[in-house]
Design a protein around this ligand. Structure first.
Ligand code: GLN
Length: 281
């Protein structure tokens, strides 16, 4: 089969299911399987594609038509300009989370030690390490499956000596020395339980529920954080959390411990209040 025939067959499969951006999606799949840069595909329409590759491309397209997230199909997602390995069991990094990384880099230029709680793929912690050579950190998650992805990405970027991964679901028993951290960053599950069902199928049927569901009001994890994080932080240390948006952010602001001063509110590309930072006095 020629490339242009395969491409139009695949696009047809996605169009029938109403999958958004069908051409772009198919080109990403083809480019990955054939290992040809996407921009060059237009010049290769007449190329004969070996049967085995056709089967692979068609089966990946079928998966996408069943709403499996494209990042899981491709096995990677881009975060802060770098590829991270992702798959079932870890949340797919989202572009708005990059703003939290940027904020912590700017707010803590002299930091040496941090923790990335709910690290998932490790995208936040590893990006911090790649952007600031003086940093070391902990990547903590309650899911062993998610941590396996963090391990893959830590190896990928050769950061084993600076990123210490810990399996933990209860910060009150986490083995991090008191007063040792310059900052703690987290993108916790924050969707109220009753809203999880209303999420698009791509998310709710495939991404791990434990990385999404933040309990009844979505703020379960922040409560746990506020109770436990102060003890890990140095005086003057920072906390930076992603939130579910304006309304939830206000709830979280009202919950913060008295000795923490709200430093910054960061709005995402849609104008939604997405990240909050505090300083320990
Ligand atoms: N830290 C990871 C991310 O931002 C995973 C977050 C999570 O599992 N809730 O993508």
């Amino acid at each position: 089969m020629k490339l242009y025939e395969l491409r139009s067959e695949c696009v047809g499969i996605l169009l029938r299911e109403g999958i958004e951006r069908p051409f772009y999606t198919v080109d990403l799949i083809i480019s990955k399987v054939l290992d040809i840069e996407r921009a060059l595909l237009v010049t290769k329409g007449e190329m004969e594609i070996p049967a085995q590759k056709c089967v692979g491309i068609l089966s990946m397209t079928e998966k996408r038509s069943a709403r499996v997230p494209l990042s899981y199909i491709l096995g990677e997602a881009e975060f802060y300009g770098r590829p991270f390995e992702v798959g079932e069991g870890c949340l797919i990094p989202r572009p708005e989370t990059e703003l939290l990384v940027e904020e912590m880099l700017n707010a803590c230029p002299d930091a040496s030690m941090f923790a990335d709680w709910c690290t998932g793929s490790g995208c936040i912690g590893l990006t911090l390490l790649l952007e600031n050579q003086n940093l070391s950190g902990y990547g903590i998650d309650s899911s062993q499956i998610a941590l396996n992805w963090a391990v893959l990405n830590t190896n990928k970027y050769d950061l084993n000596s600076r990123f210490n991964l810990i399996l933990n679901s209860d910060p009150s028993v986490c083995d991090i020395a008191p007063g040792s951290l310059d900052f703690i960053v987290a993108n916790p599950p924050y969707i109220p339980s009753k809203e999880v069902n209303g999420l698009m199928s791509d998310v709710k049927d495939y991404e791990p529920i434990e990385a999404l569901d933040g309990g009844e009001d979505g703020a379960k994890l922040y409560r746990l954080f506020f109770e436990n994080f102060p003890r890990f932080l140095k005086d003057g240390g920072l906390m930076g959390f992603e939130t579910g948006g304006d309304e939830q952010a206000e709830i979280i602001i009202s919950m913060a411990p008295g000795n923490f001063v709200l430093m910054n509110r960061i709005f995402d590309y849609n104008g939604i209040l997405r990240h909050l930072t505090w300083k320990k006095n």
